[in-house]
Design a binder for this molecule. Structure first.
Ligand SMILES: *[C@@H]1O[C@H](CO)[C@@H](O)[C@H](O)[C@H]1NC(C)=O
Ligand SMILES: *[C@@H]1O[C@H](CO)[C@@H](O)[C@H](O)[C@H]1NC(C)=O
Ligand SMILES: *[C@@H]1O[C@H](CO)[C@@H](O)[C@H](O)[C@H]1NC(C)=O
Ligand SMILES: *[C@@H]1O[C@H](CO)[C@@H](O)[C@H](O)[C@H]1NC(C)=O
Ligand SMILES: *[C@@H]1O[C@H](CO)[C@@H](O)[C@H](O)[C@H]1NC(C)=O
Ligand SMILES: *[C@@H]1O[C@H](CO)[C@@H](O)[C@H](O)[C@H]1NC(C)=O
Ligand SMILES: *[C@@H]1O[C@H](CO)[C@@H](O)[C@H](O)[C@H]1NC(C)=O
Ligand SMILES: *[C@@H]1O[C@H](CO)[C@@H](O)[C@H](O)[C@H]1NC(C)=O
Ligand SMILES: *[C@@H]1O[C@H](CO)[C@@H](O)[C@H](O)[C@H]1NC(C)=O
Length: 506
């Protein structure tokens, strides 16, 4: 066994007999050491010519130069070791290193030249530390770097040239920091970047040009920032983008045409923004966009035709919009592939006739927890694939007899918690209910709400045979009239009123 003269490592053939304590040497080129009792790496007497070293869950506060000149080293994994300080010489001579993981330590800063010898490095993970600043030239020699993880640190700003040499970078994770702004040129060298994670930071605006060089970008994560403004052309160069997350920001408006050039987008999130309005032109053709989530906004209406370029959208979620009150007739125009539409928990009280005409493939629709009062008779009549309809907890007092007809796939209708008005107009609908109990959820819970005399009487058990429609004019109703029901005769097209009387149970 020869100890290298200037080195702290040993040249020897690893075998079980000389494997350092707390280490696993069972593979020829790799060594794994782990445990809090490892406090001093020198004492491990690591062999010099390993290609892989893993030291994890140890208790090393200062990383000295034990690895320096381990020229064979390709993977150095130093996760979760309590490291707070790194010697400027720590990685000297590691010209073949491909992967360096320093994640989950206590690093606050890194010496400016510490990575300078690692010219072949491909992956650098410094996530989950306490870095609060980065030297502008820290990564200057890492021309081959493909993945850089700086997420979960305490970075408040980045020097504008810090990425200038990273022309091969494919993945950059800067999420979970305190970044408040991005220098305009920060990403301008990253022509090969495919994934950029900026979520959970403190960005307040996205300026024009900042993403313009990212021609290969496929995923851009910007959710959970404080973004309140985005330049109209901010995303115009991102023709390959597939995923864009903008949810959980402070956007009240979106500039016209913001997503016009994102033709390859397949995922877009916009929910949890205090959006007050949408521009009339927002989306370009996006053949891969399958779902759009627009809940928890402050939208009060949505412009006609705004989704008309989303010809392959299958799911549109507009629920949990407490201020959404008006939907114009052509709002869903073009959504010929839509399968699911969620409009529940909103303020809509009516829907215009023909609003669902484009939605020939619609399967499921939720309209519960709204203020809907009346619905157009033919609202669902072209929706041959309709399977599930949620119309519970609305203000509907009645529905037309043929409201759900010609819907061969219908399998679940939820209608409970509505203030049904049990007059003659509801008889046709009640007949449909009686025939359709198999698909209606919770039939016994459908009750008359008015008139008072019939309150809490089950709607389906209101039988026409129990009723006696009198063509005679209604007698004057005195204080004892409560048990009597005033109904409009079913057959009456003339609109004359008749008195139907049924005894109340009990
Ligand atoms: C490391 O060096 C020893 C002794 O020179 C040699 O036997 C062994 O094969 C070397 N291991 C590697 C991975 O090069
Ligand atoms: C790590 O070492 C420090 C002293 O260097 C000690 O205070 C701490 O308790 C140790 N932690 C563990 C998990 O052993
Ligand atoms: C950011 O990086 C970490 C790996 O360090 C990963 O776990 C996380 O998923 C990344 N974020 C995204 C959106 O890929
Ligand atoms: C668009 O995305 C698809 C996969 O969703 C991919 O196969 C295709 O190459 C992308 N096109 C462009 C121009 O990036
Ligand atoms: C649809 O996209 C085209 C370009 O792809 C654009 O000119 C048009 O304004 C868009 N329409 C709407 C309603 O957004
Ligand atoms: C709901 O709509 C009504 C008008 O139909 C309006 O007066 C009310 O302010 C709206 N509620 C909310 C929360 O926007
Ligand atoms: C609609 O509901 C049916 C029945 O539960 C389900 O099989 C189908 O996947 C749903 N469709 C969509 C688009 O969610
Ligand atoms: C309406 O019915 C659906 C399906 O049963 C249920 O998930 C939802 O919570 C109901 N909404 C209300 C407000 O009761
Ligand atoms: C109907 O039921 C509700 C809830 O149980 C109750 O508050 C109401 O008084 C009942 N109405 C009549 C007329 O019994």
């Amino acid at each position: 066994v020869v100890r290298g003269s200037v080195l702290s490592c040993l040249f020897f053939q690893l075998d079980a007999s000389i494997c350092p304590e707390n280490c696993d040497c069972s593979s020829k080129n790799a060594i794994y050491c782990s445990g809090p009792h490892i406090k001093d790496l020198e004492l491990l007497n690591l062999p010099c010519n390993m290609t892989e070293i893993h030291i994890t869950n140890a208790n090393i506060s200062y990383l000295q130069d034990v690895f320096a000149r381990m020229e064979e080293l390709q993977h150095l994994i130093l996760s979760s070791n309590n490291i707070a300080l790194v010697s400027p010489m720590a990685f000297k001579g590691l010209g073949r290193l491909k992967v360096l993981k320093l994640l989950d330590n206590k690093l606050v800063e890194l010496p400016p030249e510490v990575f300078d010898d690692m010219v072949q490095l491909q992956q650098l993970m410094i996530e989950s530390n306490r870095l609060n600043s980065i030297e502008e030239n820290l990564f200057d020699k890492l021309a081959g770097l493909q993945e850089l993880y700086l997420n979960k640190n305490q970075l408040t700003a980045l020097p504008s040239g810090v990425m200038k040499k990273l022309t091969k970078l494919r993945v950059l994770n800067l999420s979970r920091n305190y970044l408040a702004a991005l220098p305009r040129n920060i990403f301008s060298a990253l022509a090969r970047l495919e994934r950029l994670m900026l979520y959970i930071n403190r960005l307040s605006s996205i300026e024009s040009g900042v993403f313009d060089s990212l021609k290969e970008l496929q995923e851009l994560f910007l959710h959970s920032n404080n973004i309140h403004s985005i330049a109209p052309d901010a995303f115009h160069c991102l023709g390959k983008l597939r995923t864009l997350t903008l949810s959980r920001n402070r956007l009240q408006v979106l500039p016209s045409g913001l997503f016009l050039h994102l033709h390859n987008l397949s995922k877009l999130t916009l929910y949890r923004n205090p959006l007050k309005s949408l521009p009339e032109v927002l989306f370009g053709e996006m053949r891969h966009l399958g779902s759009l989530w627009l809940y928890h906004t402050k939208l009060s209406t949505i412009p006609d035709f705004v989704f008309s370029n989303l010809t392959n959208l299958e799911l549109l979620v507009l629920s949990f919009n407490p201020e959404l009150t008006v939907l114009p007739r052509n709002v869903f125009s073009g959504l010929n592939e839509l399968r699911g539409l969620s409009l529940h928990t909103s303020n809509i009280s009516s829907l215009p006739e023909g609003i669902f005409l484009s939605l020939q493939k619609l399967q499921n629709i939720s309209l519960f927890d709204t203020r809907l009062e009346v619905l157009p008779r033919n609202l669902f009549h072209n929706l041959k694939d309709l399977q599930k309809v949620y119309l519970n907890s609305t203000n509907l007092q009645s529905l037309p007899a043929d409201f759900f007809t010609a819907l061969p796939e219908l399998e679940e209708v939820v209608l409970d918690d509505n203030p049904w008005k049990c007059d003659c107009q509801i008889l046709g609908f009640r007949e449909w209910l009686q025939k359709s109990t198999a698909i209606i959820k919770n039939v016994p819970s459908l009750m008359c709400h008015s008139p008072l005399a019939l309150q809490n009487i089950s709607l389906v058990s209101l039988s026409i045979d129990d009723l006696e429609c009198l063509a005679a004019p209604a007698p004057t109703l005195g204080p004892h009239a409560a048990p009597w029901l005033l109904l409009r005769p079913l057959s009456s097209s003339s609109g004359t009123w008749g008195l139907w009387m049924i005894p109340l149970p009990g």
